[in-house]
Ligand binder design. Structure first.
Ligand code: ADP
Length: 402
């Protein structure tokens, strides 16, 4: 089955065409700067053995429809495309950020589903409208193909009330749906499934802690294959120290800044999301730059690394308490897959809970799953590359073949 996976943002569309039988990527593409004077499109076809495999366009791309049409024309070019006709695409899988409490699994899209995604716009005002743009364009371009929405929040809908409720006036939950939702669900579910495969047991027999550390980061406690707590909350700001996001702070910081510095709610929100985290602490938000700065003796970079890894460790420890018995911990995403220092610092001191890291194994970097704990570690620790596109393609296939 050929599945086109679409991740539509406010000014960009990421897409990937996958063959779900072989799980091979056939095309990988990115449309950027939609709506700006000049936009960009990069389309890469596999196998990429010749130069013609990559096509770059630099032209006006006024809207998502134009961007998607350009991509489809490249994918389905009767002469040079990997497909000859768009009817060869069997299904479309859409990444949707927020499914609120309405969606606990990937769902076949119809008018009712679109209305329910729209109803979640107040919960994700930047993301859901852009995701809906992608859905509408794809429905127009592929009226025959089934379309499936795969939600970032769905995996976390199994979190029990004692973990998703905030201790706020109850009406805020009842009327305004203020609660913990959690994000990166597709990635957490994917790496939990891959870890279970590595351990050689079904996911529903295992307790795992999944640690997704990219530009954004979150950790999830997975009990018998189900999410039971996660660090992100109502929005993706809560929890870990991220590239530019603060993660947990005293909620009174808003009032403090408003009263003492005259900052508006908008200014505070922007500061916590865009000017905080690693960047706020040391001016750098890329972990590679932080390590380079530490080598040169930059103390603030060292503090930033310490604050980030301490927060990771604190949550891993908290989720060990939540789960009781932990079979495995898995690190994933840009930092989790590549940064042995962050991994080491995030689990150090947990030997008393059965976590023993094999330092030589941890020093490796691999594109494949790799075990970084010692053989006598009672908790298996792994690094497993996440692959949200493949996860969306698999889930899309599952929905339409059910
Ligand atoms: P996103 O959340 O945008 O999907 P990624 O998962 O791609 O992000 O992670 C991006 C981050 O990964 C970068 O900001 C960088 O800090 C980190 N990263 C990437 N490569 C390395 C590396 N070799 N060593 C340390 N950190 C890395």
């Amino acid at each position: 089955m050929k599945v086109l996976v679409i991740n539509s943002g406010s000014s960009s569309i990421k897409y990937q065409l996958l063959d779900t039988e072989t799980e091979a990527v056939m095309v990988n593409g990115l449309v950027e700067r939609i709506g700006e004077e000049v936009g960009d499109l990069k389309n890469k076809a596999y196998p990429d053995t010749d130069d013609e495999a990559v096509t770059k366009l630099h032209q006006s791309i006024p809207d998502h429809t134009t961007g998607m049409r350009l991509a489809i024309d490249l994918i389905c070019d009767p002469e040079k495309g990997v497909l000859k006709d768009k009817s060869e695409i069997d299904a479309i899988g859409h990444r949707v950020v927020h499914g609120g409490e309405a969606f606990n699994q990937p769902t076949l899209i119809n008018d009712e589903v679109i209305a329910a995604i729209e109803a979640c716009v107040p919960l994700a005002p930047l993301h859901n409208p852009a995701n809906l743009d992608g859905i509408r364009v794809a429905m127009e371009l592929f009226p025959e193909a089934p379309q499936v929405a795969v939600f970032d929040t769905a995996f976390h809908q199994t979190i029990p009330a004692h973990a998703y409720m905030y201790a706020l006036p109850y009406e805020l939950y009842e009327k305004d749906r203020v609660r913990r939702y959690g994000f990166h669900g597709t990635s957490h579910k994917f790496v939990a499934g891959e870890l279970a495969a590595q351990i050689g047991k079904p996911a529903d027999e295992l307790n795992m802690i999944t640690v997704h550390l990219g530009n954004g980061g979150s950790i999830t406690a997975v009990e018998k294959g189900k999410s039971v707590d996660t660090t992100m909350g109502l929005t993706p700001l809560e929890g870990l120290v991220m590239g530019t996001r603060s993660g947990d702070v005293d909620p009174a910081v808003h009032a403090f800044l408003a009263r003492n510095k005259g900052m508006s709610i908008e200014e505070i929100d922007t500061m916590l999301n865009k000017e905080s985290g690693l960047k706020g602490l040391c001016g750098l938000n890329d972990m590679r730059d932080i390590h380079a700065a530490i080598e040169k003796g930059d103390e603030r970079a060292e503090i930033a690394l310490g604050v980030q890894t301490y927060r990771n460790r604190k949550y891993i420890g908290a989720y060990m308490a939540v789960l009781g018995n932990v079979d495995g911990i898995v690190f994933t995403a840009g930092i989790g897959e590549n940064d042995d220092i962050v991994r080491y610092e995030s689990v150090k001191g947990l030997e008393c809970f059965g976590v023993k890291i094999d330092e030589a194994a941890n020093a490796n970097r691999a594109k494949e799953p790799m075990k970084i704990s010692t053989d006598d570690s009672t908790v298996a620790v792994w690094v497993i590359p996440t692959n949200e596109e493949l996860a969306i393609a698999r889930e899309t296939k599952e929905v339409i073949t059910k």
